[in-house]
Design a protein around this ligand. Structure first.
Ligand code: ADP
Ligand code: MG
Length: 573
């Protein structure tokens, strides 16, 4: 046996623990580690901003069920990952951030990029630690990886001082390290499943809600079988979309508000009653609704509302057992009853409202027209990455997901700027697991700004470098939420510096974002009409070795259809 340095041991430990992808930006003191990753057979993806690298690492974690690694240098580089760490932890997605750190003999005396990284990461992590010596690296890697995956998934951080990374030790003093064992399955208490079954059978207005926990749990077969057999109506949360296909006849997405408000019994499968589900409280929910809550995390049970049955369990065994009982009792929810009639009517009313806007192709375009026509041209089952306010909300309603884990968006933390990182991870996933699948990144112009210029500016360069054929569609209304009309914008430009007059939501009018492709000797697409959009999508789909940008101009005042409830504005405290 010879000797081994910290860099190699760290890379080897990651490989041994099942890591496949490292997204990062190198610099002192982690350059050699980046190289060591490739020597050990890991995929290393060099990114342009640490935050985007962290988004990519967590998206690959969600898509594969194993954490991606995000690598950053000390101090500022590390700090850029914190937004990503928080996003992963709050989304319950596995990720491991590895930060280089100042050499320990420079600590406390103003070392280069010295920063208390372990403590800064801790609030957003399940585990945050610094291996105290080279031989202890494998143990900390195992623990970090295990914690990202076991129980409720989440984030971990490991801090690697420069001196530990470069130090060499005799291999024989490195203790053998076991591998992370299979994720333990948590089985439900049978009496609770029995109680849940009884409650569903008695319900007059039952509803199934499918969350992204069901997607993460890979419970698509079980949940779809349940819906198929029982004929229960279901709603998906944004990233729960596709666990049961959106096109399934029991999807009542267009009647969401009514369903939430009037359901008397809700089977909540891997979703939290947080802001996304209006806290499970009136006025959005009935005060008498009985919630059957299925979640792997005991601490989540009875959060916000007191569930009628709260079951700590993995989704797969819980739904299997529930279905067994319902089958043995021959429980099928009748499609001809009042509840289904009411839901069906609401669905068709709301569909025709949206359809009218979808077919209105007058310019400047509206959101519904853009999404409707995009959807028609999409290849089969693309992975849709989406962010932006209206772009994400309206896009969610119009763009269908018929497979699980095919939608990546701003998520529980509502983070704008995730798009390019998520799209890069999704495109790599496609390359390795589904080569004919495409990734379509539908961004609002402001969201694209957060991600593409402010933070992850040059991630398009990353996409070009690794030949990732991501189609970025920028739905450009010249503003955050909305912009101002061209004439108004011109007046602002002429009337002085603008800092007291230009509304904070305004962005430059009809910016030519697609020209960013020219930086790489390629052409983007600028569209103002539906035929132009159609040609652009066709052209972009024919490109298989590089990203494309489609910049579609819509009205600065395009809006959502009128909603029953104002978004995010109701608070009674
Ligand atoms: P959504 O955004 O779709 O509402 P959330 O992220 O709020 O979903 O909730 C997902 C829930 O799923 C979390 O509370 C998490 O603990 C839970 N979860 C994750 N994996 C599993 C699993 N394997 N079995 C059961 N619950 C899970
Ligand atoms: Mg906008």
């Amino acid at each position: 046996m010879g000797d081994i340095d910290g860099n190699t041991l760290l890379a080897r430990s990651l490989k041994e623990q099942g890591v496949e992808y490292v997204f990062g930006i190198v610099g002192f003191p982690v350059i050699e580690f980046g190289m060591a990753c490739q020597m050990e057979g890991l995929h290393y993806i060099g990114m342009r901003n640490e935050q985007a690298a962290c988004y990519a690492a967590q998206a690959i974690g969600y898509l594969t069920g194993k954490p991606g690694v995000c690598l950053a240098v000390s101090g500022p580089g590390f700090l850029h990952t914190v937004g990503g760490l928080a996003n992963a932890q709050i989304n319950c997605w596995p990720v491991l951030v590895i930060g280089g750190a100042v050499a320990q003999d420079h600590e406390g005396i103003g070392g280069f990029q010295e920063c208390n990284q372990v403590e800064l990461a801790r609030p957003y992590c399940k585990y945050s630690a610094r291996p105290p010596s080279v031989p202890l690296i494998p143990m900390h890697v195992e623990k970090a990886i295990r914690l990202t995956m076991y129980g409720r998934p989440g984030a971990a951080y490991l801090d690697l001082p420069a001196n530990i990374l470069s130090q060499r030790v005799l291999e024989e003093i490195v203790p053998a390290q076991y591998k992370v064992g299979p994720i333990p399955v948590i089985y439900p208490q049978p009496s609770l499943i029995e109680k849940a079954a009884n409650m569903l059978i008695q319900a007059k207005r039952p509803l199934v809600i499918v969350g992204k926990g069901a997607a993460y749990a890979r419970a698509e077969t079980e949940v779809t079988n349940l819906v198929n057999y029982t004929n229960l109506p279901f709603l998906a949360t944004p990233m729960g979309k596709g666990v049961v296909p959106d096109v399934h006849r029991n999807s009542i997405a267009p009647a969401r508000s009514l369903a939430l408000q009037q359901a008397d019994c809700i089977l909540l499968i891997g979703a939290r009653l947080n802001w996304i589900l209006h806290f499970g409280r009136p006025p959005r929910f009935s005060p008498d609704v009985k919630v059957i809550q299925i979640d792997i995390c005991a601490e989540e049970l009875n959060n916000s509302v007191n569930s009628a049955v709260a079951i700590q369990t993995d989704i797969k065994p819980a739904i299997l057992q529930l279905l067994q009982i319902l089958e043995s009792r021959k429980y099928v929810f009748d499609r001809k009853n009042d509840w289904w009639n009411q839901l069906n009517k609401k669905c068709s009313d709301n569909r025709s409202g949206a359809q009218a806007m979808a077919l209105d192709v007058s310019t400047p375009l509206n959101y519904y027209a853009v999404f409707h026509h995009l959807q028609q041209l999409f290849p089969q089952n693309p992975i849709i990455v989406s962010e932006g306010a209206n772009t994400m909300d309206i896009g969610r309603a119009v763009l269908t997901n018929n497979l699980p884990r095919h939608r990546l968006d701003a998520g529980t933390f509502g983070t704008m700027g995730v798009g390019p990182g998520f799209a890069i991870a999704a495109a790599l996933w496609c390359r390795h697991y589904a080569p004919n699948k495409r990734v379509i990144c539908v961004e609002g112009d402001s969201a694209f700004g957060f991600s593409a210029f402010g933070f992850s500016g040059m991630e398009i360069e990353t996409m070009v470098r690794y030949k990732l054929p991501i189609i970025i569609v920028i739905v450009n209304n010249s503003g955050i939420y909305g912009g101002v009309a061209k004439e108004v914008y011109s007046e602002f430009q002429e009337s002085g510096e603008g800092t007291r007059t230009v509304p904070p939501t305004t962005l430059a009018f009809s910016t030519r974002y697609e020209k960013m492709m020219e930086l790489f000797g390629k052409q983007g697409h600028f569209c103002e009409t539906i035929p132009e959009l159609q040609n652009a999508v066709k052209a972009a789909l024919s490109v298989e070795d590089s990203p494309s940008i489609i910049n579609i101009i819509i009205s600065p005042s395009a809006d959502r259809r009128p909603q029953t409830f104002a978004w995010l504005t109701e608070s009674k405290l």
